[in-house]
Design a protein around this ligand. Structure first.
Ligand code: HEM
Length: 366
């Protein structure tokens, strides 16, 4: 009896500490993504013209004599006290996140269980790349290509940390065979939903980094027209030169209109796909998932529209970014869980009806 227990406990991967570190990383990643949006929205991306310090300081210059010598050292970028701190707070939180991911990678290397080693290695590579993109954001003076890639990298880091937690808790979810078959048919649509949300986030980042948020000041029309004059070629010319400074945007009005319109068209596509997924979820009996998906979608659409008609209030613009992250995470979780469901096995009635992880998985016991 004892040897059976030992064999079982040896067979069980112990993810306790790693799960906790991954969860801490995930929460921190949400904070970093939201702080990144805040920094971008208060136009503080160039609040510190150097990297990794701020005017050569570990924090930021705030004493009169520090500001004076900083202004002397950077005559083209005088200190603006309202923009130095958001940039540095964002950098410090990102730095802590890097340390957390490094700890996670170290723990995965040391652990005899290598199931999540590949993911943590990839995550480590991604976070280092993010640090480089963060540096380029400053040194290339908010070049929209880099700003958008940095936003996508932040969303990817958050998603990978979240999926890592899901994977560490991996326990099959048993559902009746007929429901299993119905869910397998939903796989391509769930994948498409993740894809269009990622594309829409990229378009959102492009809208924000090219300062096209108010290129269409009305809704649902744009300058009172359904199809206004727009220059798509210039709006999506991703080979544009690296200019001197992109703060405030460098594109003509028609190009910005094209970017803004594309983000609206993207929203229509996301609505079509995610709503269809929600309806089909309802039809196979996954009512909770149907409500969460459609509720989040409506909330995100509402925030986007409020951004336009209320002329981009800061809290709503930041919430629109967080809403995008949440919609992505929830859709990814759904996609992941329909990959790990198993037919039959009548073990956890809540798991069967709601496609949630069995209780044993949620307590960290595999
Ligand atoms: C599900 C659909 C949507 C998703 C996933 C989404 C996502 C995003 C993201 C990630 C950003 C970048 C935010 C940032 O830089 O911090 C953004 C920006 C923006 N979105 Fe959306 N969006 C959606 C729908 C809409 C809709 C329907 C509208 C309005 C008609 C809208 C209006 C805007 C505007 C004006 C910005 C620029 C804000 C800024 O300058 O920071 N969005 N969106």
């Amino acid at each position: 009896m004892e040897s059976t227990t030992n064999r079982n406990s040896n067979a069980r991967p112990n993810f306790g500490l790693r799960s906790k570190v991954a969860l801490a990383g995930c929460i921190l990643a949400v904070v970093v993504v939201v702080l990144g949006a805040f920094t971008r929205l208060v136009d503080a991306g160039l609040g510190c013209p150097d990297w990794p310090g701020c005017y050569g300081h570990l924090t930021w210059p705030d004493e009169a004599h520090e500001i004076q010598s900083a202004n002397k050292a950077f005559p083209d970028a005088p200190v603006d006290g309202s923009k130095t701190w958001p940039e540095m707070v964002h950098r410090y939180f990102a730095g802590i996140l890097l340390l957390v991911v490094a700890t996670l990678t170290y723990l995965s290397w040391r652990s005899p269980n290598k199931r999540t080693l590949k993911q943590t290695n990839l995550l480590m590579a991604l976070i280092v790349l993010q640090a480089i993109f963060g540096m380029w954001t400053v040194t290339l003076k908010l070049w929209p290509q880099v700003v958008t890639a940095h936003l996508l990298g932040g969303m990817a880091t958050l998603s990978m940390l979240w999926l890592l937690i899901e994977r560490m808790r991996k326990t099959p979810i048993y559902i009746p065979v007929d429901k299993y078959r119905a869910l397998q048919r939903l796989r391509p649509l769930a994948f498409l939903a993740v894809l269009v949300i990622v594309l829409q986030i990229a378009l959102g980042g492009w809208t924000s980094s090219n300062y096209a948020a108010l290129a269409c000041p009305d809704f649902p029309t744009c300058h009172g027209e359904w199809w206004p004059q727009a220059d798509f070629q210039e709006g999506f010319n991703i080979t544009q030169q690296i200019g001197p400074n992109y703060l405030g945007g460098a594109l003509e009005s028609d190009a910005r209109t094209a970017i803004h319109l594309s983000h609206r068209i993207g929203a229509l596509l996301v609505t079509l796909v995610v709503f269809t997924l929600a309806i089909l979820n309802w039809r196979v009996g996954l009512h909770r998932w149907a409500l969460i998906l459609s509720g989040l979608l409506l909330f995100q659409l509402g925030l986007g529209i409020a951004n336009v008609i209320m002329f981009l209030p800061l809290p709503i613009a930041v919430a629109h970014n967080a809403g995008a992250a949440l919609l992505l995470l929830v859709t990814l979780t759904f996609y992941y869980r329909i990959q790990i469901v198993q037919p039959s096995g009548i073990e956890d009635s809540e798991a069967q009806t709601n496609l949630v992880l069995p209780r044993s998985a949620l307590t960290g016991e595999l």
